[in-house]
Design a protein around this ligand. Structure first.
Ligand code: BGC
Length: 417
C-alpha cells in the first residue's frame, strides 16, 4: 500500500467538499493551482466541455502533489475514486497493482500511442504492457531561472555554468543588497534543489546509482559528501523567510527583482509567462550548474480509475484521447512551461527554453544522461521518495547537523522497504 502522510486541515476540507463523480462527468484530481498551472488545466477543461462532458475540478493545493496524493489515497480507500487523477512515475504502477486503474489500451491502440510517444515516456504510462495513464507533458527539473536586471545590477555577466561560478555570482548579488537564491523551504523543494546538486556534482551515472538503483555505495561516497556540502552552502544564499514558502512565491521574488536565481523545474516558466514576462528579456533560463548535458525528467500524467457506468467510461476515453491530441499537447505545454510528451510536434510557437529542453531531451536519451527526477515522483517508489525527502530536509533545516550524520540518515532513508 502507498505510504500515507498525515492529513492536514486543508486536505480534510477539500476531501469533505468532494462529491462522487456523476455519469458523463469527469472529475479530475490535480494540484495545478498556481497562475500558470491553472491556465494550463483550463485548456483541458475547455476541450472536454467542447466534447459535451462536464468537468468537475478537484484541485488540491500543494506544490509537488504530496497533499493531492494523500487525498487521492483516502478517496480510493473509501471506494469513491475520482474519474481521473494526476499520478506520476512508479506510483502509477503501485496503483495499477492495487487493481483500481482502468485499462486505456482500446484508445491507445486506436490512436497509435506506441508510435506517438518516446519509449521512455510510454514505459512510465504502462503496467504489465497495458496503458493505464496518459502523459500531458515532459517537464525538465534541472533548470535555474534568473532575473537579468538583478544580474546586471550585481555585475554578473553570464548565467553560471559551475558551482564555482554560481557562488561567485551569488556573492555579488548579496553584495548588491539582494537575495541571491529564492527558495521555498518545503521538503519537495529542498529535494528538488538537492537532486539538481547531485546531478551537477556527480553526473548522470552517479545520480542514477543513487536515486534509481539506491546503491548504498553511492550514498557513502565522497561525491555524496561533496553534494551535501554544496547543498548546505546554497542555503546561506537564501533569505530567512524561505521556510514554508510556496514555490510560486519564490518565483515571484525573481520576477519582482527581489532575488537573482531560483532552482526549479520549468513549471516556473509557466508563472513567468502567466505574468506576461518574456523569456530572454524579463527572465533567463539555464541548466543548473554542471548539468547542461543532463536532463532530469518529470512527466505529468493522468491515470483513470475503474468506474462502472458506461457514460463515465466514455468520458474517460474521451479525456485520454483529448490529452494526447496535438491541439491539447501544444496549448497545454505553451502555458505549463513544459514540452509536449508527443513526438514530432511543431515547436515553432515555443520559446528558446522549451526548444533547448526538446533538443536536450532527445540528445540525453541517446547519451544515457536522461534521468528520472526523484523529487518529482519519477525515480523511486513513494515510500522511498518520502523518506529521502524527510532526510534531506532535516539536513537543510538543521545547520548543526554534520554532513556525516546527514549521509547516514539519507542512506538509511534510501534503504526504506
Ligand atoms: C508537477 C508539476 C507542478 C509542480 C508544482 C511537479 O511535481 O510535475 O506539474 O507544476 O510539481 O506543483
Amino acid at each position: 500500500m502507498l505510504k500515507l502522510r498525515p492529513l492536514t486541515a486543508a486536505v480534510l476540507l477539500t476531501l469533505a467538499a468532494a462529491m462522487p463523480a456523476l455519469a458523463g462527468e469527469v472529475e479530475v484530481l490535480h494540484y495545478w493551482t498556481s497562475g500558470g498551472e491553472a491556465k494550463s488545466v483550463a485548456e483541458l477543461k475547455k476541450i472536454m466541455q467542447a466534447k459535451g462532458h462536464s468537468w468537475k475540478d478537484f484541485a488540491v493545493a500543494g506544490g509537488g502533489g504530496d497533499n493531492a496524493a494523500t487525498v487521492l489515497k483516502s478517496r480510493v480507500v473509501a471506494g469513491n475514486p475520482p474519474s481521473a487523477a494526476q499520478i506520476k512515475g512508479p506510483a502509477i504502477q503501485e496503483w495499477a497493482r492495487e487493481g483500481v486503474l482502468a485499462n486505456l489500451d482500446a484508445v491507445a491502440k486506436a490512436e497509435k500511442w506506441d508510435s506517438l510517444l518516446p519509449k521512455v515516456v510510454a514505459d512510465v504510462m504502462k503496467y504489465q504492457g497495458s496503458y493505464v495513464a496518459a502523459p500531458v507533458n515532459v517537464h525538465r527539473v534541472n533548470w535555474v531561472w534568473a532575473n537579468p536586471a538583478v544580474l546586471k545590477k550585481a555585475g554578473v555577466a553570464t548565467m553560471p555554468k559551475t558551482y564555482e561560478e554560481f557562488f561567485a555570482a551569488a556573492d555579488k548579488i548579496k553584495a548588491a543588497g539582494l537575495i541571491p537564491l529564492a527558495h521555498g523551504g518545503q521538503s519537495w523543494q529542498d529535494l528538488t534543489v538537492f537532486e539538481d546538486v547531485v546531478l551537477g556534482i556527480g553526473g548522470a551515472k552517479f545520480y542514477a546509482d543513487a536515486f534509481v538503483k539506491l546503491d548504498p555505495k553511492a550514498f557513502a561516497s565522497d561525491t555524496m559528501k561533496k553534494s551535501l556540502e554544496t547543498f548546505r552552502k546554497l542555503k546561506a544564499y537564501t533569505d530567512p523567510g524561505a521556510a514554508g514558502r510556496d514555490w510560486n512565491l519564490a518565483t515571484a521574488m525573481v520576477m519582482q527583482g527581489k532575488a537573482g536565481f531560483q532552482f526549479m523545474g520549468d513549471w516556473a516558466k509557466g508563472e513567468f509567462l502567466a505574468a506576461g514576462k518574456a523569456p530572454g528579456k524579463d527572465f533567463l533560463c539555464a541548466a543548473t550548474p554542471g548539468t547542461a548535458n543532463a536532463f532530469s525528467f518529470n512527466i505529468d500524467s493522468i491515470a483513470m480509475f475503474k468506474l462502472k457506468s458506461a457514460d463515465a467510461q466514455k468520458a474517460q476515453a474521451d479525456l485520454a484521447a483529448a490529452i494526447m491530441s496535438t491541439e491539447f499537447q501544444e496549448v497545454f505545454n505553451l502555458n505549463k512551461g513544459s514540452i509536449p510528451a508527443r513526438l514530432n510536434l511543431k515547436m515553432d510557437k515555443f520559446d528558446d527554453c522549451a526548444k533547448t529542453s526538446g533538443k536536450d531531451f532527445v540528445e540525453t536519451a541517446k547519451t544515457g544522461s536522461l534521468v528520472p527526477s526523484l523529487a518529482h515522483d519519477m525515480a523511486a517508489n513513494p515510500a522511498v521518495e518520502g523518506a529521502l525527502k524527510d532526510a534531506v530536509s532535516q539536513f537543510w533545516n538543521n545547520d548543526k547537523m554534520s554532513v556525516a550524520a546527514a549521509m547516514k540518515n539519507i542512506a538509511a532513508a534510501a534503504a526504506t522497504k
